[in-house]
Design a protein around this ligand. Structure first.
Ligand code: PLP
Ligand code: COI
Length: 339
């Protein structure tokens, strides 16, 4: 095990031992390669660099009490990467290749998987890029699939404590019929200005509204959004948000806990009525929301009145993390042990 202060880890890049790579050339995927270099050699006319042919994933591995390494819902990440590839016309990574790459990169970096009980995990970042040259706007004919890993702590430095967010009506992350439901780099480029302004103004993230009507909540920076009231878990239904695997899991856990679950458009004014709210994602897990400022109107929605996470968010967080770290039974078959 590496000598790392696991409890102090933030969500930041650091070098680990190895990454894995695989090239798609002449219409087929090659063998998986292992590398200890952090760099890739790429053609300057690669479509990833010019026309945004790039997709990525984010998933985590956790260590249980016995020392096993547990992957959370990796098949869902594979499926989403397949959808992203389809959406921006890239070669799709076969499921077996994806699995082989994930398993291999985790095993090669086993000493970076944080010990049980530290609250830290191993973040796995698969990446698929158009590596073949094009000057005309067309899909590439060569692709690179690579995966690296980093040990991480909480995405929002507050951890499981309410953070404040702001609604930005003057920026859109994704167009209604655009690429918002895909995990492609362009969506993140489009979110940077609003996100950085939110940080500069003291907020953890920018909440994007639906780009068409600017009435409904889409998502919360790099995470989905949910609200809770009247024993109901409510989360936005929108064509322009990323289908979050964490959110899907929380909907199931909420149902298991006897809550009603509603996936539907969530108008901004409804924030007034929420007893609890949160942002959820692989990196963020659950980040409870304290208050939300509508930057345009100046109206502030105070959700956590006492500065603490609400009881239902806390229960959901404990169940989800319990399953991930192996302390709560995995009834839904979400975990794969890395052998
Ligand atoms: N929304 C966006 C824009 C994201 O980048 C992420 C992170 O992956 C999520 C939502 C949460 O998705 P997941 O729970 O699958 O990590
Ligand atoms: C994730 O939660 O995995 C994300 O991708 C969020 C962000 C770091 C892009």
């Amino acid at each position: 095990m590496k000598d790392i202060n696991w409890k102090e880890l933030s969500f930041a890049y650091q070098k680990t031992n190895y990454n894995v790579r695989c090239y798609f050339r002449n219409g087929e995927w090659g063998e998986l390669e292992t590398s200890s270099s952090e760099y890739i050699n790429i053609h300057m006319a690669a479509t990833a660099l010019h026309y945004g042919q790039e997709a990525f994933e984010g998933m985590k591995a956790f260590r249980d009490k016995k020392g096993n390494i547990r992957l959370f819902r990796w098949e869902d990440n594979w499926q989403r990467m397949k959808n992203s590839a389809e959406g921006i016309m890239m070669a799709e990574v076969p499921k077996e290749k994806f699995k082989e790459a994930i398993m291999k990169v985790v095993k090669l970096n086993e000493e970076y998987v944080p010990p049980h009980g530290t609250g830290a995990s191993l973040y796995i970042r698969p990446l698929l890029i158009g590596s073949g040259p094009r000057v005309g706007v067309k899909p590439a004919d060569e692709y690179l699939f690579a995966v690296f890993v980093i040990p991480v702590g909480p995405y929002f430095k507050e951890g499981f404590k309410p953070v404040d967010m702001q609604i930005a009506k003057d920026y859109d992350r994704a167009a209604p019929q655009g690429t918002g439901r895909l995990k492609v780099g362009g969506n993140y480029a489009a979110s940077l200005r609003a996100g950085e302004r939110a940080h500069d103004e003291g907020y953890a993230a920018s909440i994007f509204l639906d780009a068409k009507e600017k009435k409904y909540i889409d998502e919360a920076g790099p995470a989905n959004f949910f609200g809770i009231k009247d024993n109901t878990y409510i989360t936005p239904k929108s064509e322009s948000i990323l289908p979050s695997i964490t959110n899907k899991s929380l909907m199931q856990l909420a149902e298991d806990m006897g809550l009603k679950v509603e996936r539907r458009p969530v108008p901004v004014e409804e924030l007034e009525t929420f007893e609890e709210a949160g942002a959820c994602g692989t990196a963020a897990v659950i980040s409870p929301v304290g208050k939300i400022l509508d930057r345009t109107s100046g109206k502030e929605y105070v959700i956590s009145k006492d500065g603490n996470p609400g009881p239902i968010s806390t229960k959901l967080f404990e169940r989800l993390q319990g399953i991930q770290y192996g302390d709560v039974e995995d009834k839904h078959g979400w975990i794969t042990i890395v052998e």
